[in-house]
Every structure is written in structure tokens, then in C-alpha cells.
Design a protein around this ligand. Structure first.
Ligand SMILES: C[S@@+](CC[C@H](N)C(=O)[O-])C[C@H]1O[C@@H](n2cnc3c(N)ncnc32)[C@H](O)[C@@H]1O
Length: 555
């Protein structure tokens, strides 16, 4: 099939949410030049607003009836943004259909750029994401934050003693430590550290701040047996290994082999030696297996809608899908449009409910491990259906055997908590607005973007703890009668719950409890970079892209 026709077909399928960019390009057996296809699709989506404006103002689709919207966007992309122009024979009627209007299209493009730029503070499309700071996790297995700070200062970067106030990304060539996570440094938006020797050697890990919350909250002690149930591409797994100083054992499960292979490469690069990667469903793990019986901590970051992600191409796909839908609706009658809209809404609701069911299933499975004491549950979704509603269902089904960790153990200084209005009633446990507020206070949320947002991706974390044998179930919901964010109650400190662990940032952890020493167990394997570098998307870039930013796991 003609390259552009195939690309147009992929754009149409993306618009109908029939797959992900990677799945439909890199993972598509019918595509011959996968890297070029991936690049063209990404670039067209990035410039979609401008190109759509050109399409609209030039009336190209009315003048050239044979062109479809997606094909026109792709051809406009190459005509207007690529120096080599449209890569097709001059005799191809679709190329001719566009070239007939070349002068008009170029003029509309100049106007569209100004219009789009003016709307977005002078930024061109796709760049608003770059207003987010570049968060960098220092890999404590290799260096201390201070060593990294010194290296950047020696490199002529200015170190700010405190984050800007009011919160904003650091200015050009300045950086600072994060105020909530000790191992995190914050750089200006657009900082490209991919070629920095500290990045290439595995010392710096480019990971969104919110994505560091779950492992920091779970905070398994040294020598623990831990499962990362939906682990790939592995940023949180490597953060767990870092916090545990490579002791104990982490079983990292993922259903998707391609993503699991990325996990192996990235955790090997990060110097992690206590990870066993399993290409299997977390839901089918045998809880009676000897290692699984020893598991005390489980991190669950299951597939979700990814609606909180703003610095990935996913949001461009969402915007494109929405625009496609609007374009279709405009072509229908008013009644038809309303019906289509209602259908789209219903589909979205259905999808969220089904994701919510899967997420409840994952945490429920985690609760069946005989010795598990603490489970962190997270999503990069902004929707209550995947967040507060999931937590409500789990508490409804499992209290008083399981409870929520109180705010004092769940990033106590983080300001953004769950939404009380989205916490559901649970007879005997959550019945009043006050109860709802207290449940919500145990939960962590991050609002995507800025300046009203938290300057990171949208995120949600809840932490469940098994109620200890000697605990009074009536006191189990720790928010009942307890000052939120205050000192630990006697009940929390009696050692029978999972409360014994501190939840301070991992870098600060200093324990003097006696611990049995265990040898580090198996590794992630020794797969190195497979060296398939190409002009557009190298393996390294793909891995980094997968791992740097959280994604919906729908790929
Ligand atoms: C949101 S992503 C995880 C991101 C990862 N925690 C990280 O920080 O890099 C969700 C992952 O869950 C995986 N997944 C979905 N269903 C699964 C299952 N039943 N068992 C194991 N993994 C699953 C997907 O393949 C996807 O890689």
C-alpha cells in the first residue's frame, strides 16, 4: 500500500481509539518502514492544530473531494514542514490535488502559525508540554544527590537553594532539589540531558515527579520480598531496587514482552541486581509458591486511561480523536451529532468502568498473598472511576481486614489529596462528609500541568495496609478520631500493622533495626542495548521515551 494511504489509515484508527501509536506503527507487521511511519504519525499529530487550521481556512477538502481529512493532514505535514516535501510520484492524483493549491496552503500556514502561536503564549504546538520542569531522579545505587549537584555546578549550572515561589519551573541554566523527594533534582523545561554522561551511565533517571510517589510511599525495607505487579517499562521497579539498596528480591511482572524487555535493559543500565522479570499476568501468580509467600510489599500501577499524562504523545492522540469526532459531528445533522456525542460519552464511561474493574481485580489479587502487609495502588488517571471509586470498592470489600494508610505515612507534606466528593459511602465506615474528607486525606493526587496544576503529570496513589492481628478493627480506619497528618497513634505504632516502616523520602532512610542479611537474588538478565539506532527513533530513545514518562499501559 502507498505509504501515505497506510499512514492515513493509521491516523483514522488512532482517531477511533483502535490502538496506540506504537502498536499501530512499530508493532504493525503490515508496515514496512516502521521508524519512518512512527515519526510521520507523531509529527503530524504534534502539528495537528496548525495543519487543521490550514485545512479549514484553505477549504482544501471542499475543493478536492477525493482527499480524506487524515490523508490531507499527512500530505500537508510533508509539504509544509519537511524540506524534502511530499515523497510520492508527481503522477499520484492525491499529491496533485494538494500541489494545485500549494501557494494558498503556504500562505495559510504562515497565518495559522501566528494564530496558534498567539493562542499558546508564542509556543508552537506540542510545546506547551515543555513548560513542565524536567525531573531527574538521582540513582542512589550509583551516586548521591550532592555528588550530582557538584557535577552540574562544575558544568556551570547555577544551583538554587530553594524551589521558586510561587511554584514554577526553574529558569534557564538553574536547578534545585525537589522539596518532597530527596533523590530528585528539578531542571528547566526542555533540558535535554539524554547525552549527558551521568544519564548515559545510569546515574540520572528521567522520571516524572508524580511517578516517583508510589515507590516512595510503599518504601519496602531492606531485604524485603516485593512484587511490582504491572512493572514495565520499569521506572518504579528500579526506584524500588534503589530504595532497597539492591537487597531482598523484587519480582517484576508484565504481560507485555516488548515492554518487559525495556524494563530489563533499563534496570540493568541502572545497576539493579535484585530484580527477577516475569512475562506473565500478575493475576495468575501462584500465591503459594515459596517466594510469593515471602512477599510483604506489592506495588500496583496497572493499566489505566492515562488521562493524567500531558507530556506524552497520548494526549495528542486524544486531541486528534476529539477533533475527528467533532469533524464527523459537524458533517451530520444536529440530532445525529448529539447522538454521536452521547455514544462517544457512553463509550468512554464504559471504558473507564472496565478499567476500574480490572484495577480492583489487581488489588484484590494482591491482598491474597499470605504475608503481604502493604500495597500501593496508583494510576496516571484524573478520573474518579479509576481512583477514589476503586478505593471505595476495595475498602467496602476488605475492611476491616485492610485499611488505608493514613496521611502521616503517605507523603504527609504533599498538599494535593483525594477528592472527598468522589469517595463513596461504606456502611459503618464512611457515612458522613467528615468521613469522606478523612478518607480523601489518606489519598494522594497530582493535578496535571501548570500553573494551576502541580507542574507534573496527573497522578493518584492510595496505600493499603493489612490490619494487624492485635489491632482493634474498630480503630482500623485510622482516620476515625485521629488528627490528620499529626503524630502516629498508639495503634499505628504497636508494631502489629505495617506501620513500622518509615515513609520518609528514600534517601533519608536511616534504620537501626536489626535486619537479617540476605544475598541479593537473581538479576534482570544481561540484555544490553540492541544497538538498532536509526535516524528517527533509536532503541535508546524509544526505551527512554517509554520509561521517562508514565503511560497508560494500553500499548
Ligand atoms: C501503567 S503501566 C506500568 C508502568 C510501570 N509501573 C512503570 O512505572 O514503568 C501498566 C503496565 O501493566 C501491564 N499489564 C496490564 N495487565 C497486566 C497483567 N494482568 N499482569 C501484568 N501486567 C499487566 C501493561 O503491559 C503495562 O506495561
Amino acid at each position: 500500500m502507498n505509504f501515505y494511504k497506510q499512514a492515513a489509515d493509521i491516523l483514522d484508527r488512532l482517531g477511533k481509539k483502535e490502538g496506540s501509536i506504537k502498536g499501530l506503527t512499530l508493532g504493525n507487521a503490515e508496515v514496512t518502514d516502521k521508524k519512518r511511519m512512527y515519526a510521520v504519525i507523531c509529527e503530524t499529530l504534534k502539528h495537528n492544530t496548525t495543519l487543521s487550521l490550514v485545512l479549514q481556512e484553505s477549504k482544501l477538502l471542499t475543493l478536492e473531494k477525493k482527499l480524506t481529512r487524515s490523508l490531507a493532514l499527512l500530505l500537508l505535514h510533508d509539504l509544509l514542514l519537511q524540506s524534502r516535501g511530499i515523497q510520492a510520484s508527481e503522477a499520484w492524483p492525491m499529491k496533485q490535488a494538494v500541489m494545485r493549491h500549494k501557494a494558498r496552503l503556504k500562505a495559510e500556514f504562515v497565518k495559522a502559525k501566528i494564530k496558534v502561536g498567539a493562542k499558546k503564549d508564542g509556543l508552537v504546538e506540542g510545546e506547551e508540554e515543555l513548560l513542565l520542569p524536567r525531573y531527574v531522579r538521582v540513582n542512589l545505587l550509583m551516586m548521591t544527590p550532592q555528588q550530582v549537584i557538584d557535577a552540574f555546578i562544575a558544568d556551570k549550572w547555577e544551583f538554587l537553594p530553594a524551589p521558586p515561589s510561587p511554584p514554577a519551573p526553574p529558569g534557564p541554566n538553574t536547578f534545585h532539589r525537589d522539596e518532597h523527594l530527596d533523590f530528585m533534582l528539578v531542571f528547566p523545561p526542555k533540558s535535554d540531558l539524554h547525552l549527558h554522561p551521568l544519564y548515559t551511565s545510569g546515574v540520572l533517571i528521567l522520571q516524572d515527579k508524580a511517578s516517583c510517589f508510589p515507590a516512595a510511599i510503599l518504601s519496602p525495607p531492606k531485604n524485603a520480598y516485593v512484587i511490582d505487579g504491572c512493572a514495565a517499562p520499569g521506572n518504579k521497579t528500579s526506584q524500588l531496587a534503589m530504595g532497597m539498596g539492591n537487597s531482598g528480591k523484587i519480582i517484576a511482572c508484565d504481560l507485555d514482552l516488548r515492554r518487559l524487555n525495556i524494563l530489563k535493559r533499563l534496570t540493568t543500565k541502572a545497576g539493579c541486581t535484585n530484580i527477577t522479570a516475569l512475562n506473565t499476568s500478575f493475576l495468575t501468580l501462584d500465591t503459594s509458591e515459596p517466594d510469593n509467600r515471602k512477599v510483604s510489599h506489592i506495588l500496583l500501577d496497572p493499566s489505566c486511561s492515562g488521562s493524567g499524562i500531558i507530556n506524552r504523545l497520548d494526549h495528542l492522540v486524544d486531541a486528534y480523536a476529539e477533533e475527528q469526532e467533532q469533524a464527523t459531528i459537524l458533517e451530520t445533522t444536529t440530532t445525529g451529532g448529539a447522538a454521536e456525542r452521547a455514544e462517544a460519552e457512553a463509550k468512554k464511561k464504559e471504558r473507564l468502568l472496565s478499567l476500574g474493574e480490572f484495577q480492583v481485580e489487581c488489588v484484590t489479587k494482591a491482598m491474597t498473598f499470605p504475608n503481604v502487609r502493604k500495597i500501593s495502588y496508583s494510576t496516571c488517571s484524573i478520573y474518579a472511576e479509576e481512583n477514589e471509586h476503586v478505593v471505595t470498592t476495595l475498602l467496602r470489600n476488605h475492611w476491616p481486614k485492610w485499611k488505608l494508610s493514613p496521611r502521616s505515612r503517605v507523603l504527609p507534606t504533599w498538599h494535593r489529596r483525594g477528592y472527598p466528593a468522589d469517595v463513596g459511602d461504606i456502611p459503618g465506615l464512611v457515612e458522613t462528609d467528615e468521613d469522606r474528607a478523612k478518607v480523601a486525606d489518606c489519598l494522594v493526587r497530582a493535578v496535571p500541568g501548570g500553573p494551576e496544576g502541580d507542574l507534573m503529570n496527573g497522578f493518584f496513589v492510595a496505600c493499603f495496609e493489612r490490619v494487624g492481628k492485635n489491632e482493634n478493627p474498630a480503630l482500623a480506619p485510622l482516620w476515625k478520631g485521629q488528627a490528620i497528618g499529626g503524630k502516629r497513634t498508639h495503634d499505628e505504632m504497636d508494631g502489629s500493622s505495617a506501620a513500622g516502616e518509615d515513609t520518609a523520602p528514600l534517601a533519608k532512610k536511616k534504620k537501626n533495626k536489626k535486619k537479617k542479611k540476605k544475598k541479593s537474588k537473581s538479576t534482570t538478565g544481561s540484555e544490553g542495548n540492541d544497538g538498532q539506532n536509526t535516524t528517527h527513533v533509536s532503541q535508546e530513545e524509544e526505551d527512554a521515551e517509554d520509561a521517562e514518562e508514565e503511560d497508560s499501559g494500553q500499548e
